[in-house]
Ligand binder design. Sequence first.
Ligand code: UT7
Length: 328
Amino acid sequence: MKRPIAELWGSGSYTPTRVMTNDEFSKFLETSDQWIRERTGIRERRVASPQETNACMGKAAAEQALRETGLTALDLDALVVATCSPDRLLPAQACDLQAILGAKRAAAFDVQAACTGFLYALTVAEGLVASEQAQHVLVVASEKLTTITDWQDRTTAVLFGDGAGATIVRRSTNGRGILSSCLKSDGTLAELLYRPGGGAVHPPDEQLLKDRSYYIKMAGREVFKAAVLSMADACDQALQRAGLTAAEIDLLIPHQANIRIIEATAKHARVPMDKVYVNVDRYGNTSAASVAIALDEAVRTGRLEPGMKVMFVAFGAGFTWASMVVQW
Ligand code: UT7
């Protein structure tokens, strides 16, 4: 088994207080609680208020992780934010977070890998630590997806939610840390899950508002199939690179998009469902924040304890997908 270079130290998360149930959607969309629950496993999601920005949610999650480690914001050398729904398009979300966190010494930048963003960001942080660019890297995954979701489109509106998660990456201690990781992408499939308008190709104009191309568009069924195949392959890769078998994994934390995708991934990876962390029922799909929030919850509820081996796996727009095995 590989010796880890970097470890995840402490964790935190923040989810908005406003809970939106499936029944609320059936008041203005042709949908039902039954359809949403049966097809996705989602019962409710959190919806951020205008005051609950990514910067604020990220700050709350980060402060929790900092408190746990005894570090202050001034101890941070770098701050990496994973998001696909930033508060504003320029500057990076990480710079706004750095400002309100008071992380004056830290380099700050974003990683955009959609739902896979947290795992990409952790890998970048591991690299910063390995190359001795940084001692303490704050990794935050934060999303306010309800602002880029088309609330008139039942095929996407019911799926997404808001929230943030955080951890700190530092040099490994006592054999703890990242045992393996695997990052993949396929940009030829970008248009199966994307936001067509609002960028430099289709800058904001009247047409953009009319055709609602500012919002997320998804070919759900195709994305579903790709997610199952890719996450299954990513689990195999991470296990192989770590020199471990599925039986040696104590907890699987998959991206929380759909309970059927989670079950199919766990089945392929040969990890029984009682070793799989699931909170998609309470938060829906929070993209990059999904694995980060689940990780913090797993720690706080005692599902993830020191000495355990945890495997993360995620899939999202890009397409991007990734996995990671961590000695906790
Ligand atoms: O975060 C990473 C990326 N995202 C994902 O991983 C999501 C991947 N996709 C999925 O989770 C699923 O494909 C969905 C949950 C989006 C859809 O489930 P599905 O079982 O693939 O349904 P479908 O798209 O094949 O649609 C089945 C039917 C359609 O009606 P017809 O054509 O059979 O008459 C849809 O129009 O369900 C209809 N439908 C709905 N009905 C009620 C779609 N959305 C809804 C809805 N309520 N909200």
